[in-house]
Design a binder for this molecule. Structure first.
Ligand code: UT7
Length: 331
C-alpha cells in the first residue's frame, strides 16, 4: 500500500471588520504612512472590536468557513489544534472551547504556542498524527487577537500587528501529496528580544506591572529583523537543497507576514520571483499565528493540485523553520 502522507484538504479564514489604517495610526502615535509603508509594507490591519470576544471568536469563524466551503461534518474531526500566542485566557484552552462551539463533539483539542511560528509547528503536529495513522481529520487553526497585547502608545509595535484567523484541515493522502519535508528550529537566545514581560509565572500581574506597561509586547525590532532575515532564508535554502528542488520547481513561497523586507530577502535568497510569493501583509499586518493560514485561504483559488509550496516562518522565542508541501486539490 502507498505511503500515507498528510495533505491539506480544505482552508478557511476570518478577519474582523474594523480596518485600522496607517492614517488612523498617524492620529494615535508619532508615525506616518510613508514610514510604515517603506519599512514594513503594511497599509492597514484588522482589529477585533466586539465586546468580550477573544481569539476563539475568530478561530470559530475561520473553522466554520472551512467546514462550509469543504462541506465537512464537524463530528468527523478527530483533533482541533489552535495555534495562538493570545489564548482567550490562561489555563482553559482556547482550542477546547472552539471545538465545542463548531460541533466537533468527537474531537479532543489543545492549544499550541510558538509565537509567529505557531502555525508552521502546528502543521508538523497535525501532519504527524495523520502520517502515523492515528487520526484521519486534524483541524489546525492559527488565530491571534494581537490587539489585546499591543501598546497603542508604542509606535515601534502598534503599527505592525493585526488580528485574524486562518484554518487548514489535514487528511491522509495516498498519492504522495501533502507534507513532504520540514526543517524546524528554535533558540532560547531570542527570549529577550520579543516578549511580554509580565503576566506569566516569572512576573505575575500586579499593580506595579500594569503601571509599568509590562503586559504589552516588547520587541527589539532591529535584532529580530536581522535574525529573521538570515534564518528564514537559511531554512528555505536548506529545504530546497535537501529535496533537490530547483527554484523553477517551486510554485509558491508561503512566508510568514512580519515585514515585506524580510519576505523579499527570503525570496531573493532562493531566487523566487515576486509573482510566486504569497503576500497579504499590506492588508492585514502581522497576525502572528494566523499569517500562513490566511495566505492559503486568500490564494486557494490560484493553487493547483501538485503545486510545490515552501512555507517559511520566524518568530519570538526564537522559533523558525521551513516546510515543503505539495498541494492536494483544485478548487
Ligand atoms: O513576526 C515576529 C517577528 N518580528 C519581526 O520579524 C519584526 C522584525 N523587525 C522589523 O520588522 C523592523 O525592525 C521594524 C519594522 C519593527 C522597525 O523597522 P527598522 O527599519 O528596524 O527601524 P528601527 O527600529 O531601526 O527604527 C529606525 C528609526 C528610529 O529612529 P532613530 O533612532 O533613527 O531616530 C525609530 O525611533 O525609526 C523610528 N521609528 C519610527 N518612526 C516612525 C520606529 N518606529 C517608528 C514609526 N514611525 N512607527
Amino acid at each position: 500500500m502507498a505511503k500515507t502522507t498528510a495533505a491539506i484538504t480544505a482552508v478557511g479564514k476570518y478577519l474582523p471588520e474594523y480596518i485600522l489604517t496607517n492614517q488612523e495610526l498617524e492620529t494615535m502615535v508619532d508615525t506616518n504612512d510613508e514610514w510604515i509603508t517603506s519599512r514594513t509594507g503594511i497599509k492597514e490591519r484588522r482589529i477585533l472590536k466586539e465586546e468580550n470576544a477573544g481569539t476563539s471568536y475568530m478561530a470559530i469563524r475561520a473553522a466554520e468557513d472551512l467546514l462550509k466551503k469543504g462541506d465537512i461534518n464537524p463530528e468527523e474531526i478527530d483533533l482541533v489544534i489552535v495555534a495562538t500566542a493570545t489564548p482567550d485566557m490562561l489555563v482553559a484552552s482556547t482550542a477546547v472551547y472552539t471545538a465545542t462551539k463548531i460541533g466537533a463533539i468527537n474531537a479532543f483539542a489543545y492549544d499550541l504556542q510558538a509565537a509567529c511560528s505557531s502555525f508552521l509547528y502546528g502543521m508538523s503536529t497535525a501532519a504527524s498524527y495523520i502520517e502515523s495513522g492515528r487520526y484521519k481529520k486534524v483541524l489546525l487553526i492559527g488565530a491571534d487577537k494581537m490587539s489585546s497585547i499591543i501598546d497603542y502608545k508604542d509606535r515601534a509595535t502598534c503599527i505592525i500587528f493585526g488580528d485574524g484567523a486562518g484554518a487548514a484541515l489535514f487528511e491522509p493522502n495516498h498519492e504522495g501529496l501533502g507534507l513532504q519535508d520540514e526543517y524546524l528550529r528554535s533558540d532560547g537566545i531570542g527570549r529577550d528580544f520579543l516578549k511580554i514581560n509580565a503576566g506569566g509565572s516569572i512576573l505575575p500581574s500586579s499593580e506595579e506591572t500594569i503601571k509599568n506597561r509590562q503586559h504589552f509586547v516588547h520587541q527589539e525590532g532591529k535584532t529580530v529583523f536581522k535574525f529573521a532575515v538570515s534564518k528564514m532564508a537559511d531554512v528555505s535554502e536548506k529545504i530546497l537543497e535537501r529535496n533537490n528542488l530547483t527554484k523553477d520547481e517551486v510554485n509558491w513561497l508561503v512566508p510568514h507576514q512580519a515585514n515585506k523586507r524580510i519576505i523579499e530577502a527570503t525570496a531573493n535568497r532562493i531566487g523566487i520571483s515576486n509573482d510566486k510569493v504569497m503576500m497579504n501583509i499590506h492588508r492585514y499586518g502581522n497576525t502572528t499565528s494566523a499569517t500562513l493560514g490566511l495566505l492559503l485561504a486568500d490564494y486557494e483559488k490560484e493553487l493547483k493540485k501538485g503545486d510545490n509550496l515552501i512555507f517559511a516562518a520566524f518568530g519570538g522565542g526564537f522559533t523558525w523553520g521551513a516546510t515543503y508541501l505539495k498541494w492536494a486539490y483544485n478548487r
